[in-house]
Design a protein around this ligand. Structure first.
Ligand code: HEM
Length: 89
């Protein structure tokens, strides 16, 4: 995925709940590397695939983006989140 284009997808679709890598609904489940490693299944084995799975299917209060974002947009936004988590947002 292309993290630069993913940044635009993030701004348009994720910022409402995850601005700056935070989580306004469940404040413990941020997009920091430590929280992703702790809460997101498969993150430590394959970060981008694990993020893309949750974006595609949603979880609890997080909506599913399947059908709202294209597969390429989901790949790109997942690459962006993985890169920002690596850098500490
Ligand atoms: C969790 C990404 C949009 C609400 C997460 C997690 C990721 C993620 C990777 C796992 C975090 C963790 O477990 O530490 C994204 C991306 C989005 C997006 C890339 C845009 C494409 C949204 C939106 C909302 C939202 C718009 C609110 C309406 C949540 C909630 C959780 C969560 C509530 C915790 C789910 C749970 O474990 O119960 N998000 N998100 N997300 N997100 Fe999003």
């Amino acid at each position: 995925g292309d993290p630069a284009s993913g940044g635009q997808v993030f701004a348009a679709n994720c910022n409402a709940c995850h601005m700056g890598g935070k989580n306004v609904i469940m404040s413990n489940k941020t997009l920091s590397k430590a929280d992703l490693a702790k809460y997101l299944k498969g993150f430590s084995e394959d970060a981008q695939t694990a993020i893309a799975y949750q974006v595609t299917n949603g979880k609890n209060a997080m909506p599913a983006f399947k059908g709202r974002l294209s597969p390429k947009q989901i790949e790109d936004v997942s690459a962006y989140v993985a890169s920002k988590a690596e850098k500490g947002w």
